[in-house]
Design a protein around this ligand. Structure first.
Ligand code: VGL
Ligand code: ZN
Length: 208
């Protein structure tokens, strides 16, 4: 299953999404050893890194009168507002200290334009601006991607969906992910992914 045409995409395994961070995902740090274990088995490993400028439009603090987890209408659609997180160059934006970065060949940063968010590692929230990840993987002969990381219902979800839209076979390893689960977002995420043909697996399915 894990062959030379299969890539691992580890999504946003960053301090701010782990306990102690500004947008902590429950148990976010628990996936780190699993991601490391998986990473050793792949010949192509890509990391995504949420990377926002100060005052990013996805921050509630950029919208007077708004608080985190409310929504706002953006030109590209409804945007959930978050606590300030993953500010470029900050400790919160750094990868979890125990994440083994040695096997990663590429790091795709996303969300670095002030006016546009990007949950997906492939295409920004305007749904038109590519990050380049699709081309990178295709040029390297990748046909299948295994997606893990944080958070299942946001960046993992959008990245896996866009992988499928780009024509990659996509598999999400659910026990190597953790979710935010805002108002049923986790259930919706699985329904959307499943509808696009994204497969749901567990670590043991891949590692035997
Ligand atoms: C994420 C909310 C805001 C994620 C990133 O990595 O899932 N969630 N920015
Ligand atoms: Zn973000």
């Amino acid at each position: 299953m894990i062959d030379a045409r299969t890539a691992l995409i580890a999504v946003d395994v960053q301090n701010d999404f782990c306990p102690g961070g500004s947008l902590p995902v429950t148990g976010g740090d628990e996936i780190v050893p699993l991601v490391n274990e998986l990473g050793r088995r792949f010949s192509t490993v890509v990391l995504t890194q949420d990377w926002h400028p100060d005052g990013h439009s996805s921050f509630a603090s950029s919208h007077p009168g708004k608080t985190p987890f409310e929504t706002v209408a953006m030109p590209y659609g409804t945007q959930v507002l978050w606590p300030d997180h993953c500010v470029e160059g900050s400790k919160g934006a750094a990868f979890h200290p125990d994440l083994d970065l040695s096997m990663a060949q590429a790091i795709i940063r996303k969300g670095y334009r002030r006016e546009v968010d990007s949950y997906s590692g492939f295409v920004e929230a305007d749904r038109t601006t590519p990050t380049g990840l699709g081309g990178y993987l295709k040029e390297r002969g990748i046909a299948r991607v295994v997606v893990v990381g944080l958070a299942t219902d946001f960046c993992v979800n959008w990245t896996a969906q866009d992988a499928a839209r780009h024509g990659f076979e996509a598999i999400v390893v659910e026990d190597a992910c953790r979710a935010i689960d805002l108002d049923g977002s986790l259930g919706h995420a699985w329904a959307e992914m499943t509808a696009l043909g994204v497969r749901r697996a567990r670590l043991a399915d891949l590692t035997g």
